[in-house]
Write a protein that binds this ligand. Structure first.
Ligand SMILES: [Zn+2]
Length: 93
């Protein structure tokens, strides 16, 4: 199983969070140290060519495996909670 949890997302092809236009986002330049640090954390400044929106976008997204893993954990926790509850009920009755 591929355990890569984060995969790079092509922001330039994704939708603008403000006007919903596809593929209008362009990377804007890091203007100061803070923005360069954010860039290191994979949060890059972008701007929208269509509406002029500016903002930061996380350029990675969680992979499907990660979501599957979370679902599995939630499922296991629910099952465990159910079993423990049943056990405690039968124990104290
Ligand atoms: Zn826009």
């Amino acid at each position: 199983m591929n355990l890569k949890l984060l995969i790079k997302k092509n922001v330039q092809l994704s939708r603008c969070p403000n006007c919903n236009t596809i593929a209008a986002l362009r990377r804007s330049r890091s203007r100061n140290v803070w923005e360069r640090l954010m860039k290191k954390a994979k949060i890059s400044p972008y701007f929208c060519q269509s509406c002029g929106w500016r903002g930061r976008l996380f350029t990675y997204k969680l992979s499907r495996n990660y979501i599957k893993l979370i679902i599995l954990y939630i499922f296991l926790m629910t099952v465990t909670a159910y079993i423990v509850q049943k056990f405690l009920k039968s124990y104290f009755d």
